[in-house]
Design a protein around this ligand. Structure first.
Ligand SMILES: C[S@@+](CC[C@H](N)C(=O)[O-])C[C@H]1O[C@@H](n2cnc3c(N)ncnc32)[C@H](O)[C@@H]1O
Length: 259
């Protein structure tokens, strides 16, 4: 008898690849103006201070979902040897241009955070910022990052959107304001509905969920820290952006898993 589980598995696999392709296409289109939004760039000294406090003894670092290379470039400036991977060729292009302008040596490569093309324990640490919500299988990804590191996995992430009606209305009005002031369609800054539905944490990963995943992956030590003080900085003086994408009750945190 034919094993129908095979068909099911193939369908799941096909769907997962489709989501990945759509995600890549979305970030390809966003690459050139990605750094304009608050929280995507800027406040480099504060970030460097934070990174140095978390990564002391490590020297070779992988930045997964590096995007336009924000963490990777800061880490290179701090003297670490850095590799950045991303599924979007356009994001990688911007990252390479930025590295050249700053005269920094970082290896930027295409790669999938779900299945990395690296040996076990090839890096001293893996870092990632603002990537979790775009992933289809969070636990598998964190396990994969744990595989390629000798010491730790450091993730910076949070919650970006709310289903709450009042929040959505507030956000809609603010986005309209940004669209008028900046003359660009900020309503397009989101995945299409199908992709949104396919992502279990579209809108962000609460701290307790990240903590549960890190525990299930089996780190020997886990540290969580609130980073809302940094998020407050990003939105200072950016009233419309703050109204559209910020609420002090939403989690913004770092989580470190030590092997
Ligand atoms: C919100 S951006 C964050 C970029 C950067 N880490 C930062 O902090 O500015 C998410 C990035 O993750 C990348 N990405 C999404 N899914 C990915 C995957 N499965 N593997 C690798 N990169 C992925 C996207 O292409 C995009 O550049």
């Amino acid at each position: 008898m034919y094993d129908f589980r095979k068909i099911f598995k193939l369908k799941v696999l096909r769907k997962s690849v489709e989501v990945l392709i759509k995600s890549r296409d979305y970030w390809d289109k966003r690459a050139r103006d990605y750094d304009r939004a608050p929280g995507h760039s800027g406040f480099e000294e504060e970030w460097k201070k934070f990174l140095s406090s978390k990564l002391s003894s490590e020297s070779k670092i992988l930045d997964v979902g590096t995007g336009t290379g924000f963490l990777a470039l800061l880490l290179a400036e701090l003297g670490y040897e850095v590799v950045g991977v991303d599924i979007s060729e356009e994001m990688i292009k911007v990252a390479r241009e930025k590295a050249e302008k700053r005269n920094l040596k970082v290896e930027f490569k295409l790669g999938n955070a779900e299945k990395l093309d690296f040996k076990n324990e090839e890096f001293d640490a893996v870092v990632s910022r603002h990537l979790l919500w775009t992933l289809q299988n969070l636990k598998n990804c964190i396990a994969e990052w744990k595989r390629v590191t000798k010491n730790k996995v450091l993730v910076i992430d949070g919650v970006w959107l709310s289903d709450n009606f009042v929040s959505r209305v507030k956000s809609g009005i603010a986005k309209l304001g940004i669209a008028l002031v900046e003359r660009r369609n900020v309503f397009k800054l989101q995945y299409d509905k199908d992709t949104q539905k396919a992502l279990p944490y579209y809108g962000g990963v609460p701290k307790d969920v990240a903590l549960r995943m890190f525990r299930e992956v089996g780190f020997s030590k886990i540290e969580v820290e609130d980073l809302n003080y940094l998020k407050e900085l990003f939105y200072k003086g950016r009233f419309l952006y703050k109204l559209a994408w910020y609420d002090r009750n939403w989690d913004y945190y770092s989580i470190i898993g030590v092997k």
